[in-house]
Design a protein around this ligand. Sequence first.
Ligand SMILES: *Cc1c(COP(=O)(O)O)cnc(C)c1O
Length: 364
Amino acid sequence: MATPYITIDLEKIEHNAHTIVELCKIHGIEVTGVTKVTCGHPGVAAAMLRGGVVSIADSRLENIQRLKDGGVDSTYMLLRLSPVSGVDGVIESVDVSLNSELSTLAALSQAADRRGLVHDVILMVDLGDLREGIWPDDLISFVREALKLPGIRIRGLGANLACFSGVAPSEDNMNLLVELADTIEKTCDLELGWISGANSSGLELIEAGRMPKRINHARIGEAILLGRETIHRRPWPGTWQDAFILHAEVLELKTKPSMVVGKRGEDAFGRQPVFEDRGEIERALLNVGREDIDVKGITPLDPCLRILGASSGYLAMDVTDAQGSLQVGDELAFSLNYSALLAAMTSQYVKKRSMRPIGNENEM
Ligand SMILES: *Cc1c(COP(=O)(O)O)cnc(C)c1O
């Protein structure tokens, strides 16, 4: 097997999806599985659907197209706001999109109307995380204008928290979303089916039974894929954290000093690395680097190995404590956080190897 590669345990993903879906179901919430961190990996989406998610969402049309080409049969939600230049693709490829701009809605409206279609949208409200969304004060006038557009059907309200600024979902901000939905239904004579309040940061609120009743939809990625809620990054009970494992190969293994020799300027990334003098150490160079991963986001599975740093193509490690058990050509395994997983799944140099039930493996 060519290195580096990432193994994807689809059974673990299915299991995680099942755990999250069952939890949400108890609290009246349907779950859409979010595949964007895997670049729309068809095997991952299929595992999420087997685990019980009602639909699949991704932030990019290219990823949704990849899922469709991979034979994944689902309804699709586009998470990232549509570009005005790409409304035709949105109308043709996805069943529902998230929106916050009237001019974009007008373009979607035209594109849908031209095809005799009606496109479902969820309006995003900014509850304070300051990424996408209509400011609450502007929502009613926005909805009034949006309702004039043919070819567009407003199906719900949504909000995204934590991803950008780390604002946590709370009873207060979730109640605000529900109140806004109630107000709009009354003043604009409209029925909002979906109140899409949560992502993986909402699990603690949901589990505690403190998510307002009207919140009936969640868009979940990380908790299913990496088994963590995203406020404290706490491993979620009943889920696996190791569905994805990165494997890289030892290219060089030598005893060298732990301190550099010679006068120092900046490294390739404009920084001045700090070194700790630990005398001579056993150093390993592996064939994965910043082109493939976020160095801070990977952890060797063998706790006696230590990451020293990385350049674009190399990962340098202190393997002294492996006590001579390693050889050039050996593979080392690493767990990944969200940031490292995103990079590894995006890197064309990291092969993706799906593991299916009963040892049947293949590459996708
Ligand atoms: C990425 C994303 C999600 C999923 O977030 P997780 O923390 O991975 O669960 C949900 N909604 C939107 C709008 C997103 O961009």
